[in-house]
Design a protein around this ligand. Structure first.
Ligand SMILES: NC(=O)c1ccc[n+]([C@@H]2O[C@H](COP(=O)([O-])OP(=O)(O)OC[C@H]3O[C@@H](n4cnc5c(N)ncnc54)[C@H](OP(=O)(O)O)[C@@H]3O)[C@@H](O)[C@H]2O)c1
Length: 222
């Protein structure tokens, strides 16, 4: 029986991971910040925990409920976009902190905690973005979000080195997906994005550790 852990699964891509893994009969533990988010997770037959990665106490709340448990697949999905800027509009300190504390510091709080919860042959993914790629950069729109996902990719690379031999760790671009963040005009429905990422995760080999992948398994430049 597989055992999946999802961080940030109240809606959008995270909740769709819960839905699809549960539809396959997989045991899922998933986190949300709100009562409504937890209810949506529980309605899919998953265990819901309350975790807010943007605060130290909120991220530490993950520890005791999963004490002694091991997961085959672990996904850090929590993320915010922040200001929808074009060009070089300097963010306020509050905007900078909100985005960086969730997308980067949140991952740096949660991922080290997961070291003790890796089942043999575990796979770990962060949901990053192609917008964080420096090699593929063709626009400066949303530069705070881009900087946060570039930093998240750096964090994932370090995690892949620290967890080498224990887990295969990758960064994902989920595609441009129709969610609250992606908007109604995005390319992909959430089911297609998540089905692609699940297929890619299932096919990962140890040599893929530390890689950056599109939802459909194509490697991406950092
Ligand atoms: N949609 C796209 O086109 C797209 C493209 C590239 C990358 N991504 C990435 O994919 C991931 C999921 O995005 P989405 O499209 O599903 O966005 P979404 O619908 O806005 O959902 C974001 C999720 O992150 C959670 N979250 C936000 N701040 C959190 C915090 N401090 N602690 C814990 N959870 C937190 C939200 O929980 P609440 O309900 O509590 O706010 C929600 O479950 C994000 O990392 C995003 O950057 C999305």
């Amino acid at each position: 029986m597989k055992n999946v852990m999802l961080i940030g699964a109240s809606r959008g891509i995270g909740l769709e991971f819960v839905r699809q893994y549960r539809a396959d009969g997989v045991a899922v533990t998933a986190t949300a910040r709100s009562e409504e988010g937890r209810a949506r997770i529980e309605a899919l037959g998953a265990r819901a925990l309350t975790v807010d990665v943007a605060t130290a106490a909120g991220a530490a709340a993950l520890a005791w409920p999963i004490d002694g448990e091991a997961f085959d697949t672990l996904i850090f999905n929590a993320g915010v976009y922040g200001p929808r800027t074009s060009g070089l509009a300097t963010p306020t300190e509050a905007e900078f902190n909100a985005v960086m504390h969730t997308n980067v510091l949140g991952a740096m709080r949660v991922l080290p905690q997961l070291a003790a919860h890796l089942a043999p042959g575990a796979k770990l993914a962060v949901i990053s973005s192609r917008m964080g790629s420096i090699g593929l950069r063709g626009s400066a729109d949303g530069w705070l979000y881009r900087a946060s996902k570039a930093a998240l990719n750096s964090v994932l690379k370090d995690v892949s080195i620290a967890f080498a031999g224990q887990a295969t760790c990758i960064s994902f671009h989920p595609g441009w997906v129709r969610t609250d963040m992606g908007g109604a005009g995005a390319d992909l429905d959430v089911a297609t994005s998540v089905a692609g990422m699940r297929r890619t995760l299932a096919a990962l080999k140890p040599a893929d550790n530390g890689g950056f992948f599109n939802f459909d398994g194509q490697p991406l430049a950092w």
